[in-house]
Design a protein. Sequence first.
Length: 467
Amino acid sequence: MGRARYWTPLRVVLLLSIVVLALAWLGKSPCLQQYRDADGALALDWRNDRQYVAMCYSDTVPLYGVEGLADGGLPYRDAWFDGSAGGTGTDGSRTERYMEYPVLTGFFQWANAQLTDGWQWLAATLPLPTALDVVVYFDITAFWLALAWLAVCAAVYHLRPDRPWDAALVALSPLALVHVFTNFDALAVAAATGGLVALRGRRPVLAGALLGIGGALKLYPLLLLLPVLLVGLRRRDDGGLRTAIPVIASAVGTFVLVNLPVAVLWFRGWTEFFDLNRTRPADPDSIWFVISYFTGWAGFDGPLASGQVPVVLDTVVAVLLVVAFTALAVLALRAPHPPAVAELCFLAVAAFLLVNKVWSPQYSLWLVPLAVLALPRWRLLLAWMTIDALVWVPRMFQYVGVDDKGLPPDVFLATVVVRDAVVVTLCVLVVRTIRRRPAASPEADPLWPAVVPHRSPEPVPEAGPGR
């Protein structure tokens, strides 16, 4: 008697997440296999399209060598070159490139490369397990990404204390199983979700700082500032702007503070991320590529030369985002009851992904905690996450090629359409929830700090026949 339970809901959620993360690492492990080449040297075994056939591809592995991390290069200062061996393209040109990720993600990769060098140095003198540098680098990176996803699970748990088991949806997410180690997005998701925890805890400056850090990792957390502003405006009578303004100011200030030194010292390298996103054509995972493929349409800009900027497509995407965010503002400001921050955050990020020209597979991780917070319906969310995760299968096998028993692009693009349709359905359900919430609803937003005690609805006359 008097002893607290050891297996609390939070510990169970974290244990479930650890199991899923272990399985996620095992899913990537075929891409970490080694073999001895003709000269007897150890090499990474990506022969015969292993990374696609085994569906274990991770950006972490090729980026270690391509971006100069293996050679000690400093992100944003040191360039690398596109093309064949020696950095020379087929036409004899050399394309200078720099770290293509936001500042904190770039230095996260560099720090892990330094840890790899340190581990290999220790392994040369101590009885420590070792492998190829790139394998050690992947494992170190995966360790931090796993911790980040555990932080996401814990954050969702603390954001829904009345529904603690909803955090298990994040822990058991099929998207985490497939994509938590595909790229570095778990870091930004952890920062964004941590920002919501700080907001709930009446710490707006910290909330903004975490969102600004998230923006310096992957940019998308800055989208959450719009929902914060809209809820602040809607709750201005309760002092909502006194919460929203510090969050926004802190986020912008933190983002600038992190980026400014790099921009001043190595401006050309710092702009690489923005240049890449400006010049990229429609990605195969985007609705624009799907439409082009199935209709034969050449796209808004027509055939593009290498490096040519799709100006019209970029403009269309920007206009659609303005329209979507304007609609979000109208919804937030005219809804019968102030919407929850999580509901608007989910809609903002989903709208961005649906109309954007790029939807890399791991971007779907952005939606996982927001969907659980905004629409905690287990069967529906598990169905969506399963469908979204399964997009990975035809995506990998289309790279194998039909002649080598792969899949045609049609199968992959069809699954993209299904994925988009399900996300649109989730958005419709969230909008319907917001619009149908009664004006006198006593339900408080669990993510927004109550500046004044929540007011109970005024007594209403007994319902009559005409109500």
